[in-house]
Design a binder for this molecule. Structure first.
Ligand SMILES: Nc1ncnc2c1ncn2[C@@H]1O[C@H](COP(=O)(O)OP(=O)(O)O)[C@@H](O)[C@H]1O
Ligand SMILES: [Mg+2]
Length: 395
């Protein structure tokens, strides 16, 4: 069998944790993403970035790839070294590489000591260090003939508060030099969720040879499978999967949160969707010195109507391509920009009203919230009014 097909079969058997609710469930789907990981993402050495909504499954994909590849002989030439960043440090360091001396392993593990007190220069050196160390190991005895993938998982989480995203740019800029200098096959893979990180890094563009890939939330079928599995495990009866798809759009992190709310989706809509949109508008109101938060909605409707009409989108109902991430919706990760030059989608984007051509809502609930606000002409809306928007379309 084709080795990628074998890997896909292998990862089917992996179970992943839903930490917030204390369960483990089957890893689902991602066939297309795994296929493209091998045919595109690691086709060339250098730096790549996987971008997508928080909770879409970026870290999990990196993890199961590492695990699956280790078990299949055809991938013997591939080695993963994975660092998982937290807000203040590195949580997990996966340096299980056979053939490496203890001294090299120690050096690789040493980067785990990045911390918030470090000055930028030391921090920058630390972050590049795995690539330098591995480049040396590839030239010497330890890793001869291998390809090494260094995963910097959720690096934006750490750099958001320390070092800044300029550090990401600097590191991403420097790594290709190290790889070229040593003439070795190394791929540095950053996963990020924050639009602001992308905005900084995109300046690099083709210059650093950096490629940016989009990983989207789970597709509908896989999501329905997950929901049914978790419903069974938790003994929740009578779950409206169609409604959950329309609220969560396959976002696993928010699904966990909702299960953590005891499947109380009204409460989830209130706290995770309505309040997040309102909080975002409030940042805009304050920055623009507007009198009330309702003024933000007035502006949004004005802008949306003009855009919808000039783009031929019909009546303005909160369509992502008419809202275009304004009013801090992009910055606060309510929306996502899909029009980035060179951005390649690893996932197939669902044909749903919350996904546009250049912009999308990260989860559909935000779309329905904004649609309800636009339709009712007020910020203060209830979960029931949001659910009405969905039911109206479903009828
Ligand atoms: N393909 C999948 N099948 C089942 N569960 C998944 C899948 N991908 C991710 N998950 C679960 O969803 C949650 C969020 O995934 P994660 O990888 O942390 O997202 P991200 O890194 O994009 O923020 C995790 O609890 C993870 O176990
Ligand atoms: Mg992650």
């Amino acid at each position: 069998m084709h080795s990628i097909a074998r890997l896909i079969e292998e990862v089917r058997g992996i179970k992943v944790p839903l930490e917030a609710v204390g369960l483990t469930i089957h890893f689902r789907d991602r066939d297309r993403e795994i296929e493209r990981f091998f045919t595109d993402v690691i086709k060339y050495r250098g730096v790549s970035l996987i971008f997508g909504p928080r909770g879409a499954g970026k870290s999990t994909l990196a993890k199961v790839l590492e695990e699956g590849v280790r078990k299949i002989e055809d991938f013997n030439d591939l080695v993963f070294v994975r660092y998982t960043f937290e807000e203040e440090t590195i949580r997990e360091t996966q340096v299980r590489v056979p053939g490496l001396g203890l001294d090299v392993i120690r050096e690789l593990e040493d980067i785990a000591s990045v911390n918030v007190g470090m000055d930028p220069i030391t921090l920058g050196i630390k972050l590049i260090r795995p690539v330098t160390v591995l480049a040396r190991a590839l030239r010497n005895h330890g890793l001869r003939g291998k390809r090494v993938i260094v995963v910097y998982d959720d690096i934006d989480r750490f750099l958001r508060r320390y070092g800044g995203y300029e550090m990401l740019e600097a590191v991403a800029n420097k790594i290709p030099d190290v790889i070229r200098e040593h003439d070795v096959w190394v791929k540095a893979l950053f996963t990020v969720s924050d639009q602001a990180a992308i905005n900084v890094v995109r300046k690099l563009g083709s210059k650093g040879g950096m490629r940016v890939y989009l990983l989207w939330n789970l597709p509908k079928q896989a999501f329905v499978e997950v929901v049914n599995e978790v419903a069974e495990l938790t003994g929740a009866g009578d779950v409206d999967v169609e409604l959950l798809w329309n609220l969560l759009g396959g976002n696993m992190r928010e699904f966990e949160t909702l299960v953590g709310y005891g499947w109380d989706y009204r409460r989830w809509v209130e706290r995770q969707a309505i309040m997040r949109v309102i909080d975002t508008f409030r940042t805009y109101q304050e920055e623009q010195g507007l009198g009330s938060i309702n003024d933000v909605l007035v502006r949004l409707i004005e802008k949306g109507k003009a855009a919808a009409s000039s783009y031929g989108l019909g009546e303005f109902t909160g369509q992502p391509d008419a809202v275009e991430g304004f009013f801090n919706l992009l910055r606060e990760n309510i929306m996502i920009y899909l029009g980035l030059p060179g951005l390649e989608a690893l996932s197939e984007m669902p044909s749903e009203p919350w996904v546009g051509r250049d912009f999308a809502y990260q989860i559909p609930a935000y779309y329905w919230v904004i649609k309800a606000m636009v339709k009712l002409g007020r910020i203060n809306i209830t979960p029931e009014e949001v659910l009405d928007m969905i039911n109206h379309v479903r009828e």
